[in-house]
Design a protein. Sequence first.
Length: 294
Amino acid sequence: MDEEPERAKRWEGGYERTWEVLKEDESGSLKATVEEILFQSKRKRVIESHGQVRLGMMRHLHVVIDCSRSMEDQDLKPNRLTSTLKLLETFVDEYFDQNPIKIQKKILVCTVLTRETGGSYHVILDESHFKELLMLHVKPPPASSSSECSLIRMGFPQHTIASLTDQDAKPSFSMSHLDSSSAPGLSLGGYFCPQCHAKYTELPVECKVCGLTLVSAPHLARSFHHLFPLQAFIESPVEEFQEDRFCQACQGELKDKSIFTCPSCRSVFCVECDLFIHDLLHCCPCCIHSQSAP
């Protein structure tokens, strides 16, 4: 006597007697039935997604991939492993696109270390955010009240240029190129340390012989704006400006909702020029023009 077949597992219940779902149309094709099944599955996802259910938004998702020999089977083209990896690429894009909250993932130990050492710890969102966070470190941070002030000895060497016709000119090596095998050889001109007369081809640099910091006057002037930054321009609605609505820097029409006025010369600028002046110029061009005018 034949034994009754064992009852299928619960997760196999959806695959019992699947042939009964397929029905032929008048032409004997199963295309219409397959399209109906796909349509109902799509509608099921839409209906289920509108349910008022509490979701675990902050979650950890682990994707485990079987890398055994069975993944080399070709029931999925070209094989199971390649098909899985291609689908995972799309899945990762969709996951981070529809779950942006999960992008800001920080490591606690890094957060604690940066807080204890007076630094900052961030997680980038995209390339523009990466650039923005990186540029925050261009400006020197405020010194702590416990730090001691110290003076640094600096030398200001002048650039010496010698011609080949000069009888007293003597070719020499640069101290900057001693450790480089592909560096240029003997040369006539350069920057000579005022203390030990060692030659260098560019500034700023720390002298390898006497340890003196060699800089030029423009280098100090470039760092001057960190000590005395340009004042923030006064922001006001564009409707309050009664004169010609043109930016004093780019001469473009003021189309934004806000304008920015220099507190010293009362010149008006657009938001793009305001950012350009404070980020790159570090001085008001109208103030400089009025001071240089006779």
